[in-house]
Design a protein around this ligand. Sequence first.
Ligand code: 2AM
Length: 188
Amino acid sequence: MPGPQLIPPRTRRLFFALWPDAATRACLSALLEALPKEGGRDVRTENLHLTLAFLGECEESLLPCLDEVGDALEGRPFEMQFDEIGHFNRARVLWLGVSQPPEPLLALQAGLASQLASRCGLPRDERPFAPHLTLRRDARHAVPWPRDIAPIVWKVDGVVLVESVSGPHGVHYEPIRTWPLTCAAGCG
Ligand code: 2AM
């Protein structure tokens, strides 16, 4: 008689991110539209985001711990000004970035990385944090900032846990939890 079948645990591809509000997303979309079309695949407007911590394939049993990490995040809302476009040669990614990363952004990412390690035992990413928002994949080179588009100011007021879901029309990013950035005790 065959033994009991082992059912592998369900995994989900997860990451923590900053998720643009509708107005910011519209500005990002307008910027993307204004870029010269020089090959590559533009990220769909609804998928635009800035990753704070990429977790990869996670067993569902990790979710309660990720909830705890989100609940423990501290910080107040802050503004970020996107004012540069660059290119990661190896990854062939065209990105939108901030020439002056605001201190609260760096503190938020560092706090998240340390909570993920201490509470959930997740390995730290050894690479330094390079805040960027991917605009286009399979891009061959950088493009100049469009002359008629002003820097984009994004008012960040929350952090999301996002699931990356592969579908017939490509990947779709689904926010599954949101934590507002409110100033808890200890953040000044
Ligand atoms: P990217 O935009 O620079 O490609 C969902 O895939 C998000 O997680 C994307 O923002 C992606 O960054 C990031 N990501 C994907 N794979 C990653 C990896 N191995 N390490 C770090 N970030 C990754």
